[in-house]
Design a protein around this ligand. Structure first.
Ligand SMILES: [Zn+2]
Length: 443
């Protein structure tokens, strides 16, 4: 099929205007919104100039790459650190059994380029953290097909950090809109999903609404198979791996079957004992078994279509876009509400306001670090901390080679390390940029 033929229907959306064209009356968050102007130049722009990044080449990523290529995006890059597992093949339809063990992003890129003539897909087989600001800055738009909160958080912080500010007529700082890279976040869980449009530092970002997401409980299968760390991992091992190994020819029993639950409980308890893990009980086993949510191909297809349509609308401006979140609930009937997330004025990632933390002067640095890790807003993983004007030097605690030299500070009360109002500069693997936290001594 030649290109003109393949994209003639897409092109109809771009060379004509209509009642749904983006006139800026709704759906636009930009003050200087330019209404849609139909033009024959838009499709060539989409084919050759617009750079789009797809983050993740798994269940959602495969769908996204296919949808975006067929919508006319001609310059696509995709980043994913995973290799193809045989269990992916039921829904990650760009992969075949001969591809097992190869890079997801590379195989997906090759498949899409073979199938949609003229599209260029550049694959990056690495972690998102391996790429720096200069890589992310070159894209017009970024679409996320991720399954982890941690990765979403990191990339959200990265795109927020790319936004520069300029002084408005009244001297107030406003984001320079040319530095704002729109980001579309898709997510699925069983028969539920969401599509969300984020204009970093302009509309609510992922971090603004982080408290909606409970700390993650999903575990990679390899952890379950090789190195269980808690009671749930042992239950999942018995339920997902050992059962099929011990009874390869019998059909899988119902999760609610009490006899089967008892069997899983006993096997999980054996495994827990072998690894010195406590906490496996029958009730806990039943709870873990009920919480397994299967990945469903049709949910991925629906959410991906929503995300790809938003990317197309934003890049071409042909239609008002989602403001700013749509849910999809397909478990019982169909329910797809949309609503607008509000920005959090003290967001760690997108606000210019500094984060303040109430600290008791007698609280040790160690206790403060633990609190930062548990804090629902900060959720640091392994913070290193400097202080401007520290009473015993600026370095309070460093991971890595300096750890031993700063370890003694952990047991000191905060009043011996900093003054009230001091700025703590926190470096943490959860986020690509430093976070400044202001200490407020409370009595
Ligand atoms: Zn935010």
């Amino acid at each position: 099929m030649d290109e003109g033929q393949r994209f003639q229907d897409v092109n109809r959306l771009l060379v004509r205007t209509g009642p749904l064209a983006n006139n800026g009356n709704y759906g636009s968050i930009f003050p200087e919104h330019v209404p849609f102007e139909p033009s024959a130049d838009i499709l060539p722009f989409l084919r050759t100039a617009a750079q789009i990044l797809v983050v993740g080449a798994g269940g959602l990523g495969c769908e996204l790459l296919k949808d975006l290529a067929l919508l006319g995006f001609g310059q696509i890059e995709v980043i994913d650190m995973d290799t193809i597992d045989v269990s992916n093949l039921n829904r990650q339809f760009l992969f075949r059994s001969k591809d097992v063990g190869r890079s997801k992003s590379q195989v997906a890129a090759e498949f899409v380029m073979r199938r949609v003539q003229g599209v260029k897909v550049t694959a990056h087989f690495c972690k998102i953290q391996d790429m720096d600001a200069s890589f992310y800055r070159k894209f017009q738009i970024i679409v996320l097909g991720l399954d982890s909160i941690e990765a979403r958080r990191w990339i959200n912080s990265m795109v927020c950090s790319l936004v520069t500010y300029e002084a408005g007529p009244d001297g107030a700082l406003t984001p320079d809109l040319s530095s704002v890279i729109p980001m579309i976040d898709g997510g699925t869980e069983g028969l539920k999903g969401h599509a969300r449009v984020i204009f970093p530092r302009v509309s609510a970002c992922f971090e603004c609404t982080l408290d909606l997401f409970p700390p993650q409980v999903a575990v990679p299968l390899c952890t379950i198979a090789e190195t269980p760390r808690n009671a749930a991992h042992c239950v999942l091992y018995a339920h997902l791996i050992q059962r099929d190994r011990d009874f390869p020819d019998s059909p899988r029993p119902d999760n609610d079957d009490p006899e089967y639950q008892q069997w899983v409980y006993l096997k999980a308890a054996e495994r827990a004992a072998a690894f010195g893990i406590s906490g496996v009980t029958l009730t806990q086993t039943q709870g873990v078994m009920k919480n397994i949510i299967p990945a469903i191909a049709s949910t991925n297809a629906i959410i991906s279509a929503m995300c790809a349509a938003e990317a197309f609308k934003i890049v071409t401006n042909c239609s008002a876009y989602l403001n700013n979140n749509a849910m999809y609930m397909g478990g019982e009937g169909l329910y797809t509400p949309t609503f607008c997330y509000e920005r959090n004025p003290t967001c760690v990632a997108c606000s210019t306001a500094r984060v303040e933390l109430a600290v008791s002067p007698g609280e040790t640095l160690h206790a403060l670090i633990e609190r930062m890790v548990d804090d629902a807003r900060l959720r640091f993983k392994a913070p290193s901390i400097r202080a401007e004007g520290g009473l015993r030097g600026d370095t309070l605690y460093m991971r890595g080679p300096l750890e031993a030299a700063t370890r003694a500070n952990l047991e000191l009360p905060m009043r011996e390390l900093v003054r009230d109002g001091a700025s703590l500069i926190v470096t943490d693997p959860a986020l690509p940029v430093n976070t400044t936290v202001i200490v407020r001594f409370s009595s």
